[in-house]
Design a protein around this ligand. Structure first.
Ligand code: HBI
Length: 101
């Protein structure tokens, strides 16, 4: 299980370099990205796979779906900001997205 303590802002830029599609949000307390699929079924398949991953890792997204778009916001409420758990979720979701796409 990744570390659940808040990442220092100085370390964040480096860590986010590999997550180029994600942007810092909410005064640096969360990251956000939008995924766009071909259709609703692809979007929902992605959400299903990430729902199972989220349960397994006890780390859950805030997300919003309309048809082929999934908007995701990640933060660690327990830590009051970004932790390695958020980055792990983002990395895994990007990998799922790129293979389904
Ligand atoms: N998911 N994104 C996110 N942030 C949390 O702090 C969090 C979570 N899933 C489960 C969880 N915390 C648990 O530790 C308890 O808060 C239920």
């Amino acid at each position: 299980m990744p570390e659940a303590s808040k990442i220092h802002p100085d370390q964040l830029q480096d860590k986010l370099a590999a997550l180029a599609q994600w942007r810092l949000d909410n005064a640096g307390q969360s990251i956000a990205r939008e995924y766009r699929f071909d259709d609703f079924m692809q979007a929902f398949a992605f959400m299903s796979e990430m729902a199972i991953w989220s349960e397994k890792h006890d780390h859950h997204p805030e997300w919003f779906n309309v048809y082929n778009k999934v908007k995701v916001t990640l933060t660690t409420h327990d830590a009051g900001g970004l932790t390695e758990r958020d980055l792990a979720w983002a990395r895994h979701a990007d990998a799922v997205f790129s293979r389904s796409h």
